[in-house]
Design a binder for this molecule. Sequence first.
Ligand SMILES: Nc1ncnc2c1ncn2[C@@H]1O[C@H](COP(=O)(O)OP(=O)(O)OP(=O)(O)O)[C@@H](O)[C@H]1O
Length: 264
Amino acid sequence: MSTQKSVLTATNLSAGYGGTPVIRDVSLTLTGGGAPIGVIGQSGVGKTTLIHALVGVLKPSGGRVTFNGRTVNKLALGAKKNFGVSVRRVQQNGFTGLDSRLTVRKALEAELAKARKAGRATGGTVEDALATVLLENRYESRTIGTLSGGEKQRLALASALATRPDVLILDEPTTALDHTLRLELGRRISEIVAEQKIGLLLVSHDLEMIARICSTVHVLSDGTFVETGTPEQLFNNPHHPVTREIAIAMPKASGMPEELRSGR
Ligand SMILES: Nc1ncnc2c1ncn2[C@@H]1O[C@H](COP(=O)(O)OP(=O)(O)OP(=O)(O)O)[C@@H](O)[C@H]1O
């Protein structure tokens, strides 16, 4: 068995819809155990499109996406299934693609079974999966359709983590949660990706979450990365006009991690 770290790489990636490019010439690398990467940018600049291209939903019009060296949109069926459990995406609305009449327990059991079938050692239970996202055991018997927006987001995150992915891609994972829960969940996500050596891509308008979790942040503007740096560099000393504009929108100092308060 290969000991090489799983890696998802975009190289000079371009993609769009109906022949119109939305993202252009974007490159990034996600390694298990590597530094979590953030992508920020204003509305409509192509953040979700980038994710679609990374997970193979959108075929690149230029460049390529590889997973462990193999081109993602050319994977054979078996490899594609493995890619599906190895690279997990959590969507903004907590959409899991599962029947809304399923109970939370059944949904999580299905994820754990999927992981076992793919030969992944989860070692986890439904209760563990719920605890990971700060949901109490009483949620087990609830059907997905009865969950609130924030509970659905947390179930989607629990489902993704239950398969012990190599790469986790989070698209605005906590928009429906209150500030305290967002912070707590952010802390848990940081711990889990470090412990389990998961490559993390966090795409979010939540700059505080980005600053707390990510070690490298790309600024996406008009479909391309215009600036890259640590959260400290970008938010305390932004160079590109778009980064400056975004940095101004940063929450007031009281809500920021200590190390980012200076110079603001
Ligand atoms: N299926 C689609 N067909 C055509 N155009 C699309 C499609 N999906 C998105 N777009 C367009 O692509 C551009 C980028 O959209 P995308 O959803 O990637 O932006 P975003 O940065 O994620 O936005 P937001 O922060 O508002 O979620 C937008 O102009 C959007 O209208």
